[in-house]
Design a binder for this molecule. Structure first.
Ligand code: WTA
Length: 669
């Protein structure tokens, strides 16, 4: 228990009754960065009480600056003009590569595990820091040669392969902004993202390989680019496309893109190119994510604040040390991959494992095998993957192989709540030798906003524990917007002061940024999630309060899927809702009204199928709805707004608990 803190403004969080007090796992090379929970409380309070002093010290020690900053913090959440480390200049690729290549050139930076498992004796493919520096520099030359300038957006459409990391860092080296588009997106979805970013250079592969199947990624790019026009321009856009030869299958060069092979271009350039000194607030990347409306938004992250969030959360939450190896199974196309496969391990100078396959191919033992082969100390994944492994008898393998995982000491999960039974399974399967953490963050927060600190914070299964440094969470009453101060209650989760790694804007639409996060509750950043705070100050995230659905850790907007379905032609109206699913967390269900009455059952089943195929074509296979119901009408308010809440209740078999229906037109009997 912690002694009362004189500096606390709120009741001091105490470890809850049912917790697992962290013990030092075997073979831990060093003690955690913090000695105990009291040190966390002190540091946390300091981060809120004197953010200028706190973050100045953190930024100075964690990052290499070409020019020191003069102002630590500027602006406010209310004005949406928050900015950090003004006057400072630095380069993200220098921070992630050069300084480690100088100090430890032969240290592995990337370990690559391809979809098809290598023979058990073969060592994982390894790229050292010195090699990474050469690859990044060569690509930086190529990008410059392709005409890419500072501030320009380069689209990266690649699976989790080393070249994707090289691509991100080469952009950062020359001051270009990377926009990584998840490899599961279809051509129209990629096209929408290219169009929004007005991107003219695309980095991709001939084919991806996932779960034993090939995906013709270059062809998807070709389809996305065909006839692409940017607003105000008469002619079709001529994109330049650099292609990694991965499978070696023939790929036809196309007319709309000026194509070249990655390896041929890179071979023409020297292995060093000086990094560009960027302003602290210059954008590092934009990443498209789903929101409440159909149009995905490109969240823009600033160089220094984002990198600092990665460095500090990696150190304190994950308890990373120089000899550690991180296996984050998140895809580079999402924020987890950006933050915890790429920037966190590299800014801290560690080895990171890249894997472009699936957790169940060829068997559910795959993740354990990778952890054993790479001798990883940290494993970061989504609860959906853990549930899949649990179901696929991955525990039998783990139990047998636990002696091969002797370096593993932290298993962290992200993306949805880690249910108590899965937490327990993980803990027991690994012989109680690892810290199992449920962490919470968002594309918007850049780094962890809540998490137990490995080896320091007692964990409570089902809870994301305590706020991370710099995050002051509040629960807001959804109706009045007032702060709820009592514990043992739930409310809308918001933060009341800016932190360095907060996304700075929505690309090209600052008004949408303000509207989405700051307008409804002035002076707060609203997360879009509801949360519960227990009597000990521990938080549990209850789920989204908007139209965002989380399927297998993929954040999807029901609005985006609805707009895609409306382009199908057969449907007059559609509503997409998320329903609980034991494996994928949530699953998508569509309620669709046909334009014309179709009595024939066969036709209806064909229509259901074609609706699913349409989503696969327009968004991607990972977004295909579990079920499509063809209905006569949709429940609406008198003003015509579709009542998704009622559809969810129907799916949950709770038709009798609709709540107040006085303003609703219900088409169901
Ligand atoms: C959800 C993913 C419950 C949440 C890193 C959030 C979680 C959204 C947790 C962000 C957790 C993330 N418990 N829910 N531990 N972690 N979420 O932007 O709804 O793809 O708002 O970032 O995932 O999804 P995003």
């Amino acid at each position: 228990m912690c002694p009362p803190h004189t500096s606390c403004t709120q009741p001091q969080p105490q470890p809850p009754a049912r917790t697992l007090t962290p013990t030092l796992p075997r073979n831990h090379p060093s003690t955690p960065h913090l000695a105990n929970l009291n040190e966390y409380h002190d540091l946390y309070q300091e981060s809120l009480r004197d953010p200028d002093h706190f973050w100045r010290a953190m930024a100075t020690s964690a990052l290499h600056w070409d020019q020191p900053f003069h102002t630590t913090r500027h602006g406010s959440l209310e004005a949406g003009d928050h900015a950090w480390f003004l006057g400072g200049r630095l380069n993200a690729s220098y921070n992630c590569v050069d300084r480690h290549a100088l100090a430890t050139p032969d240290k592995p930076a990337l370990l690559y595990e391809p979809d098809t498992p290598a023979t058990s004796q073969a060592r994982p493919q390894q790229i050292t820091y010195a090699e990474l520096l050469r690859e990044v520099c060569r690509l930086a030359w190529v990008l410059r040669d392709l005409g890419v300038r500072k501030g320009e957006i380069v689209t990266v459409y690649m699976p989790n392969i080393p070249e994707a990391v090289v691509a991100m860092l080469a952009c950062a080296r020359i001051g270009a902004v990377h926009s990584v588009v998840f490899a599961g997106f279809s051509a129209p979805a990629l096209r929408g993202r290219l169009q929004d970013a007005r991107s003219r250079v695309i980095l991709t592969v001939d084919e991806g390989v996932r779960g034993g199947k090939t995906v013709a990624m270059k062809r998807v790019v070709e389809d996305a680019v065909g006839g692409l026009r940017y607003g105000g321009e008469e002619a079709d856009v001529q994109c330049k496309c650099l292609v990694v030869r991965k499978t070696g299958s023939p790929v036809p060069w196309c007319q709309q893109t000026q194509d070249a092979w990655w390896h041929e271009e890179c071979a023409r350039w020297p292995g060093y190119s000086a990094p560009e000194a960027m302003g602290a607030e210059d954008p590092l990347f934009l990443l498209y994510t789903s929101g409440s409306t159909g149009k995905p938004k490109g969240l823009l992250h600033a160089t220094a604040g984002y990198l600092l969030g990665c460095a500090v959360s990696g150190k304190y939450v994950l308890d990373l040390h120089p000899a550690d190896t991180m296996f984050c199974a998140g895809d580079v196309g999402w924020i987890t991959g950006h933050s915890y496969s790429v920037y966190t391990p590299l800014v801290l100078g560690l080895a990171t494992v890249l894997f472009d396959g699936t957790p169940s191919f060829p068997t559910c033992a795959r993740y354990w095998e990778i952890l054993a082969r790479t001798r990883a100390t940290h494993f970061y994944t989504a609860p959906t993957a853990l549930r899949l492994i649990k179901k696929g008898n991955g525990n039998a393998y783990a139990a047998a192989a636990v002696h091969n995982l002797e370096r593993l000491r932290v298993v962290a999960s992200i993306g949805e709540p880690l249910a108590a039974n899965v937490w327990q399974w993980c803990h027991d399967t690994l012989d109680g030798q690892v810290h199992v953490l449920d962490t919470y963050f968002q594309t918007e927060t850049g780094c962890h906003a809540f998490a137990p600190l490995a080896g320091v914070t007692p964990t409570k299964p089902g809870y994301v524990a305590l706020p991370f440094l710099g995050f002051n969470p509040v629960l807001l009453d959804p109706v009045s917007g007032a702060e709820i101060r009592e514990s043992g209650t739930e409310g809308l989760l918001a933060f009341d002061q800016p932190w360095p790694s907060i996304a700075r804007t929505v690309w090209g639409d600052h008004a949408r940024y303000m509207q989405t996060y700051f307008a409804q509750h002035k002076g707060y950043f609203t997360t879009g999630d509801a949360a519960f705070r227990d009597r000990n100050g521990y938080f549990k995230v209850l789920g989204r309060v908007d139209d965002v659905v989380n399927v297998s850790g993929h954040r999807l907007s029901t609005g985006e899927i609805e707009s895609a379905l409306l382009s199908h032609g057969a449907f007059a109206e559609v509503a997409v809702v998320g329903t609980e699913d034991a494996l994928t967390g949530q699953a998508l269900v569509v309620f669709a009204c046909l334009k014309n009455d179709l009595e024939d059952q066969k036709t209806k089943s064909q229509l259901r199928q074609s609706a699913q195929q349409h989503i696969a074509k327009w968004i991607g296979r990972f977004a295909v709805p579990r079920k499509v119901f063809l209905v006569d009408d949709l429940p609406k308010t008198r003003s015509g707004k579709i009542m998704r809440r009622i559809l969810r209740k129907i799916l949950e078999g709770e038709e009798n608990e609709f709540g107040d229906l006085s303003t609703v037109n219900i088409p169901f009997p």
